[in-house]
Design a protein around this ligand. Structure first.
Ligand SMILES: [Mn+2]
Length: 486
């Protein structure tokens, strides 16, 4: 990548250089060049734009938010770029709260709901197109010449269905504003500094909690996005199966890279760090180093999800025999996890307690562990003491949506202590993990880890498995792999 313009005079201190860069005043730019760069550019304003596909939905979401906090100013920032080093930044991903309420993903954007007599008036604050007159478009590191064209404020209004203003005026406006205000924290330090005397942590947290709980029930746009995410993820898993020989010749990284290609081509990104865990790495729950060997005869636990361009992610796990056939012991453990997952999925239905699917899956796993002689029964005793957890390790699922662990700020009574309702989407992902150094299990179990994870939508009359394009039953997995490997 190209470097930003640097000062020509070497004796300049770095501090001066930074100051000048900020001012957009670069030594070495002649008056003639500066003047020349101001003109000769075509008018590229886009006219007659149609609203984005989810504009009606984002309006509904804002209306619900407005009703929850009448008479209060609400500030929801998209977030800022985060520095990786010097003048390079991490890839930007808008805050979930902002994208949920606007459908926009522009860095530095801020949604403000101003209280009115009848509710709220929404305004989206954005960086306008770069000024040609003052040279910022080519002299500033965030100028459009460097980072690409932005939408004009008028274009943004047409697309998002919300009036747009210059975000550079927002901090001052917020400083001067009176009346109660709440802000979603953690995304924009400048906005937080402007509001520091006006907000409290407790009231801001209530806003964050509301926005987390609002996402518990997915609307039709969100469900369609989750379907897309699952479809892309299924294709990514197929990509991986087709290149397992190349992964064997290199490392788990080949799997990670292969899946990432699908995520970037069809979506925005991966929704979380892909877990590409071959052999004993499958027993490490968040194995994301992905630098290990891929060996025929071992299992591959692949836990990965494509995040769509509108920021909804899948979260799917399959545990595959690298050479296409499970060994007898691998199959025994796999079938136990499959049975546990079947029991878990069957417990997902409207009116069921959220905890039911976890309990159903854990019971099956405890039964198997007792049956295999790994833990002393009876099963009720094992479950009561939680002894199965040495090998089941984690909860059986979580809400899924824009965040892989969606709705994480929801109150206990609204999430784990609630009953399931149509429109909720959650993962069902039981697993069994026998650590390589676990001396309490027979040697042949050690280093085997199995998880099967699907994305389950609660419907009016039960549930729908959004990730059922990928086979789960061991026979079907083997047949699917054989077909793909050709
Ligand atoms: Mn998960």
């Amino acid at each position: 990548m190209a470097e930003e313009l640097t000062p020509e005079t070497p004796e300049e201190t770095e501090e001066q250089a930074i100051k000048q860069r900020k001012n957009g005043l670069y030594p070495g730019v002649s008056d003639e060049l500066a003047e020349n760069m101001k003109s000769g550019w075509a008018d590229t304003e886009l006219r007659g734009l149609e609203p984005i596909a989810q504009a009606d939905k984002t309006a509904e979401r804002r209306a619900a938010l407005s009703a929850r906090f009448p008479g209060e100013r609400l500030v929801i920032p998209a977030g800022k770029l985060k520095t990786r080093s010097n003048d390079t930044e991490y890839a930007f991903r808008a805050s979930t709260e902002y994208a949920y309420l606007t459908g926009d993903q522009t860095q530095d954007g801020v949604l403000v709901l101003e209280p009115t007599k009848s509710g709220h008036e929404a305004t989206i604050y954005l960086l306008p197109r770069s000024d040609r007159e003052n040279g910022e478009f080519w002299l500033d590191g965030q100028g459009e010449l460097w980072v690409g064209r932005r939408h004009s404020l008028t274009e943004a209004e047409q697309l998002l269905g919300v009036p747009a203003k210059d975000v550079r005026e927002l901090a001052d406006a917020l400083r001067e504003a009176t009346g109660p205000v709440r802000n979603v924290r953690g995304h924009d330090a400048g906005i937080e500094a402007a509001l520091t005397d006006k907000v409290t942590a407790e009231r801001d947290e209530e806003l964050r909690v509301y926005l987390s709980e609002a996402r518990l029930i997915k609307d039709s746009f969100e469900i369609a996005e989750l379907e897309k995410a699952c479809a892309s993820t299924a294709r990514g898993f197929e990509d991986v199966v087709k290149v397992l020989d190349k992964a064997e010749a290199t490392s788990e990284r080949y799997i990670e890279g292969t899946f990432f290609l699908r995520a970037r081509v069809e979506g925005n990104d991966i929704g979380y760090g892909s877990i590409c865990a071959a052999g004993p790495h499958a027993t490490t729950l968040h194995w994301v180093r992905n630098d290990g060997d891929v060996r025929s005869g071992d299992l591959l636990l692949l836990d990965a999800g494509v995040e769509t361009t509108e920021l909804y992610t899948a979260d799917i796990t399959r545990t595959l025999p690298i050479n296409g056939r499970y060994t007898e012991l691998q199959r025994k453990i796999y079938d136990a996890v499959y049975e546990a997952q079947e029991a878990g999925i069957a417990a997902v239905k409207p009116g069921a307690a959220y905890r039911d699917f976890h309990d159903a899956a854990q019971r099956v796993l405890a039964e198997k562990l007792v049956e295999w002689g790994l833990v002393e029964g009876p099963v009720e005793r094992v479950l009561e003491l939680g002894l199965q957890r040495r090998w089941t390790l984690h909860g059986t699922g979580h809400m899924l949506g824009m965040d892989v662990h969606d709705c994480a700020a929801a109150r206990t009574e609204a999430y784990v202590d609630t009953t399931l309702a149509p429109g909720m989407c959650l993962t069902v992902e039981p697993g069994l993990y026998f650590q390589a150094d676990d001396l309490t299990v027979p040697e042949e179990y050690r280093g085997i880890g199995v998880r099967i994870e699907d994305d389950i939508l609660v419907t009016e009359d039960g549930n729908r498995n959004l990730s059922d394009a990928l086979p789960r039953h061991a026979d079907e997995v083997e047949a699917w792999m054989a077909a793909l490997k050709g």
